[in-house]
Design a protein around this ligand. Structure first.
Ligand SMILES: [Zn+2]
Length: 284
């Protein structure tokens, strides 16, 4: 039909126009416009850098029926939401060219795999999960920050991952959603997919930047950047880190985590790290 149609077009322009409408092809003038438009888009694309750092996913840990860890007077789910909202507001103000997407903005229960889905649907370039650490004792002797990235782990470094992963046990059908993950079995062997390996370096790089700000600028005690089998980071289609912002059951940390100054310091440290991270990507 197309060949015949182009032959007809040469001889009978009006007939060609009618045929075009009848068979649902764009008329000649529209075709020309379309071609021109394509050219323009192609030119614009070559002028842009190959990668654009555009969207940050902010994931406040826990929520709803999953309170997370407890301090003497505060719950992890409320602290993480407060810090995450401040991070979003400060990013919108200080880095307005970035989009920010939250996995939750209210006190609601969001399944771990759903958090990853939200991140992927919104084409995030970086996933930041905000949490608080805690120790088994009533009052924690431990304090300070810890950054987790998904990946290889050493024995004895799975405690935080196990605690953060425990959220899935109040989800329905967790066995089918998180295959192979059982209540009594730690993830013994982590086989990183190509995809995870691709992002491993970037996760550690961003984790190091955040850790540096917490330590050097805020003077926080730090347990460093560790690779663990954290489920919320496992499926992530982008570089992802989980920030344990402090021990909620350590009295000093709990006061810091609940204070306006403490929350603001945490937020500003994360933003400085994001700026450095973006610069390093743009230099590549
Ligand atoms: Zn947590």
């Amino acid at each position: 039909m197309t060949i015949q149609h182009s032959a007809v077009r040469k001889v009978f322009p009006l007939l060609s126009f009618i045929i075009a409408i009848a068979i649902g092809q764009p008329a000649l003038s529209q075709q020309v416009k379309k071609k021109h438009h394509h050219k323009k888009t192609a030119a614009a694309n070559t002028a842009l850098p190959a990668f654009k750092f555009k969207t940050i996913i902010i994931d406040p840990g826990h929520g709803g029926k999953d309170p997370g860890a407890h301090g003497a007077y505060s719950k992890e789910k409320n602290v993480t939401l407060a810090i995450a909202k401040k991070l979003r507001n400060a990013l919108n103000e200080q880095m307005p060219s970035l989009n920010t997407v939250m996995t939750r903005t209210t006190d609601e229960f969001i399944e771990l795999h759903r958090r990853d889905a939200i991140a992927s649907e919104n084409k995030g370039n970086l996933f930041i999960s905000i949490h608080c650490n805690s120790s088994p004792e009533k009052v924690s002797p431990d304090r300070g920050v810890l950054i987790l990235v998904y990946g290889y782990h050493r024995a004895g470094e799975q405690l935080e991952a196990l605690r953060e992963n425990a959220s899935i046990f109040i989800e329905k059908d967790y066995q089918s959603k998180y295959s192979g993950y059982g209540k009594n079995s730690a993830i013994n062997t982590i086989v990183l997919s190509n995809f995870q390996q691709k992002y491993r370096k970037e996760c550690i790089h961003f984790g190091d930047l955040v850790n540096h700000e917490f330590k050097k600028v805020d003077g926080r005690h730090s347990l460093g950047v560790r690779e663990q089998g954290v489920l919320v980071l496992q499926q992530s289609a982008m570089p992802a880190v989980l920030i344990e912002t402090g021990y909620i059951n350590n009295p000093k940390d709990e006061a810091y985590l609940n204070s306006a100054e403490g929350q603001s310091e945490i937020v500003q440290s994360i933003i400085r790290a994001i700026k450095k991270y973006r610069e390093s990507l743009e230099q590549k």
